[in-house]
Design a protein around this ligand. Structure first.
Ligand code: SAM
Ligand code: SF4
Length: 427
């Protein structure tokens, strides 16, 4: 979501006549687009703001703005701590960026706009990192209030975009040569429930599938397990463009912890969802998010999470140490766990998940897959990087002209996060 917002911000600035530079030392405008989901992300921003004090002293005419979730939650506090910031722009107010810049330029004073009222016309990104795959926001905010999570406080209530607006953006992307879109929302499964329209998320998937010539693949993230319907499972199974990959954050494997996280489902419900997905879509890959060290998590609770991980066999699990977030119910719960216990559990879980990912990827050696070629491997430019329908990254060595194409590769080697392949010619 933040990456998508950064593209929107870059697009707004481009409209204003600015261009993007990697060189922050000489930039006229420097934007920090922040995340506050975990403490580490916030600390990174605070460190960076501290280091930028000198740059601002040397170049007082340079404009420094802070956007994103931290801007929304810290507001005036950020300005008080770092008086060299010129403006603070909230998550619903991206379209107001030019106005804030002009105000700073004209008055020389700092400005804050963290209103939660979103402007009528939502800016559509024209500057995108990739020329093959694109994010499409289908809804903003979240109504779920999981007890550990700051998102509903910094991104507001759920607001679905109209289907016609989404379709228009998808058509524009197809005409611009994009091949894959990822539909974005904190809980895409509740798409449309806040509107008068009768279209739900499964219906939206079908609508896009049928009305997006040129787009070959449709992905989406994130799905809340309490809101996955049978209709959605059928849509993924039957719609040819919808990728066979489901990111389904479990967060924990203990019913006790899930209840205190306010997740609204049990471990049994989660497992039955996985069974139903695999029954209807046998080759589907399933990935997840997990939090260890939630307040009051006992060793037994933690072992329930380990057990869930072993029973489900996720393709990938993003594992996080619980990080108390200001103003969320979990931050004031008793029995906060010491960091060393959280770390120990995190490493144990990562090790188990690594073994599962490695063995799942190894099983793919010798099989053939259609991959959409996205670009070059950032770490080794001689290799191309593509992705399977099931969202596995494949590296292979070939010429440039394949970027943006779907090609077939045979898997020759595997690691825990990626695969290596060889192009099958004339397939
Ligand atoms: N909306 C998505 C969902 O319901 O799963 C995810 C949104 S959140 C930005 C991404 C992930 O960050 C979550 O799935 C959760 O695992 C993790 N997360 C959120 N709050 C956290 C916290 N306080 N400490 C550690 N991890 C957290
Ligand atoms: Fe946070 Fe829960 Fe909303 Fe996801 S569903 S954004 S974890 S409150």
């Amino acid at each position: 979501m933040n990456k998508c917002d950064s593209e929107v911000l870059a697009s707004i600035l481009k409209e204003e006549g600015y261009y993007y530079t990697d060189d922050f030392q000489t930039a006229d405008i420097l934007l920090l687009n922040t995340c506050s989901v975990r403490d580490t992300a916030e600390r990174k921003v605070l460190g960076r703001l501290e280091r930028l004090r000198h740059l601002k002293e040397d170049r007082p005419g340079m404009i420094l703005g802070v956007c994103g979730c931290m801007a929304q939650s810290w507001e005036h506090e950020l300005m008080e701590k770092f008086p060299h910031i010129d403006f603070v722009l909230g998550t619903s107010r991206l379209a107001e960026l030019p106005k804030l810049i002009r105000e700073v330029q004209e008055t020389g004073r700092s400005v804050i706009d963290v209103s939660e009222v979103a402007p009528q016309n939502e800016p559509i990104p024209t500057v995108r990192e990739s020329s093959v795959t694109a994010w499409v926001t289908i809804m903003h905010g979240c109504d779920n209030f999981c007890s550990y999570c700051i998102v509903p406080y910094v991104r507001g209530r759920e607001r679905s975009r109209s289907a016609s607006e989404i379709l228009q953006e998808v058509k524009y992307l197809a005409e611009s040569g994009y091949k894959e879109i990822t539909l974005l929302g904190q809980n895409v499964n509740s798409y449309g429930l806040d509107t008068e329209e009768s279209l739900d998320f499964a219906g939206l998937l079908a609508l896009i599938n049928d009305n997006s010539p040129g787009i070959e693949r449709i992905r989406f993230t994130t799905s809340h397990p309490k809101d996955v319907s049978e209709k959605l499972i059928d849509a993924i199974a039957n719609l040819p463009k919808v990728c066979k990959h489901f990111h389904l954050p479990a967060q924990a494997g203990s019913n006790n912890v899930l209840r205190r996280m306010n997740r609204g489902y049990t471990r049994e419900h989660y497992m039955s969802l996985v069974d139903r997905l695999r029954l209807k879509i046998p080759l589907i890959s399933i990935t997840t998010d997990l939090i260890v060290g939630f307040p009051g998590e006992t060793e037994r609770d933690f072992q329930d999470t380990v057990d869930l991980v072993e029973k489900v066999g996720f393709d990938i699990a993003f594992c996080f140490r619980y990080s108390p977030r200001r103003g969320t119910p979990a931050a004031s719960m008793e029995d906060q766990l010491p960091e060393d216990v959280k770390m120990k559990r995190l490493y144990e879980l990562l090790e188990i998940q690594d073994m599962i990912s490695i063995s799942k990827n190894k099983a793919l050696i010798g099989t053939a897959h259609d991959i959409l070629v996205e670009g070059r491997n950032p770490k080794d430019k001689s290799q191309l990087l593509g992705r399977t329908d099931t969202n596995k990254i494949v590296f292979f060595t070939e010429g440039d002209d394949l970027i943006g194409q779907i090609v077939t590769v045979s898997i020759t080697d595997s690691g825990n996060w990626s695969l290596r392949g060889e192009l099958i010619r004339g397939y």
